[in-house]
Design a protein around this ligand. Structure first.
Ligand code: EPU
Length: 295
């Protein structure tokens, strides 16, 4: 029975998720759905409830390791034009959760609005960045600091507006996981277009300098434990260059794992386990993954 036949957005069966992750790893999803708009998303949630369908949300797939086996769930991506609208009201940028961070900060800079430039070079969507409170380093700047309010849908299809008092942001985490974020209002500051563009370039170059983008990857694999740099700890264990199947720990930044040769999710997990064990043994520090793992 095709329970999804009345949905208006795109529906694909067996879509390979490696096409939708920056790691270029991920097996086929039972169903891959891009709802057309908010009502279509609501209809999907009603169907989810009626047929008890497991549902997983994916953004730009930049902070995730997806199993190379079949994903027995409906994978939902808010990537239709409805979820990518950007508008401005004074110093407020309002944008759909499917908007790429790059598009949001460039649109703001063109209007002489500044504040989100530190997000330059992070290949995520606004929705994903909000849920994990993406930012620079340990938390000098993070997207949560800019949030004025968020419009979200709960898993019963009810739309609510969350204001600052409802939202808790921490280092690479938030209390937003129980919602589907629809759009966000960010408060920015006036600058000249030239200044804002200059800052974007500065942050972008800074990231390019330290990050290893020579092969597909998912950015930093582990969070920085309080008072430490995960990259430095892994480096000090002499693990740079260590391989498992087609995956390898970067020689440039030890907290990066690269997909050199069609790596499997199991290859990456093997390296993550090795890293976790060795850092624990040498420094008595537990590393917590920053990336989400769909197994
Ligand atoms: N270091 C080493 N060896 C390494 C890597 C780093 O000794 O292999 C040292 C560096 O020399 C530096 C310190 O560790 O003294 C910190 O390194 P870095 O400046 O690269 O920052 P990081 O803490 O490793 C964080 C974010 C990155 C972000 C950079 C720059 C986390 C987990 N990582 O990295 O974000 O690009 O700051 O803002 O918070 C990501 O979240 O995916 C990510 C890549």
């Amino acid at each position: 029975m095709n329970w999804w036949k009345d949905l208006k957005g795109k529906v694909r069966q067996g879509e390979l998720l490696k096409r939708h992750t920056t790691f270029k790893i991920g097996g086929p999803a039972k169903l891959f759905i891009e709802p057309l708009d908010r009502d279509d998303l609501k209809s999907l949630l009603t169907l989810k409830k009626r047929y008890k369908i497991p549902l997983l949300l994916i953004g730009a797939g930049s902070n995730i390791l997806v199993s190379s086996k079949v994903i027995n769930a409906v994978v939902v991506r808010l990537s239709s034009p409805f979820f990518k609208k950007i508008s401005f009201c004074g110093n407020i940028l309002e944008a759909g959760s499917g908007t790429l961070l790059r598009d949001a900060i460039l649109a703001a800079a063109r209007r002489g609005l500044s504040g989100g430039e530190f997000l330059a070079g992070i290949p995520g969507t606004l929705g994903g960045a909000l849920v994990m409170n993406a930012g620079m380093g340990n938390s000098d700047f993070s997207i949560g600091d800019l949030v004025e309010s968020i419009e979200a849908m709960d898993y019963h299809g009810k739309v609510i507006r969350l204001t600052k008092k409802d939202i808790k942001f921490g280092y690479r985490c938030s209390n937003l996981t129980k919602y589907i974020i629809l759009s966000v209002r960010l408060r920015l500051a006036r600058r000249t277009k030239r200044q804002a563009m200059g800052k974007i370039k500065e942050y972008w170059l800074c990231r390019r300098l330290v990050q290893d983008l020579s092969s597909p990857n998912a950015g930093c694999i582990f969070k920085n434990p309080p008072g430490y740099s995960a990259g430095r700890l892994i480096d000090s264990c002499g693990l740079k260059g260590r391989k498992a199947g087609g995956a390898r720990i970067s020689l440039k930044h030890a907290n990066f794992i690269l997909n050199d040769h069609q790596a499997d999710s199991a290859d990456v997990l093997r390296l993550m386990q090795l890293v976790g064990k060795q850092v624990k043994a040498k420094f008595k520090v537990n590393l917590e993954p920053e990336i989400k793992v769909w197994s």
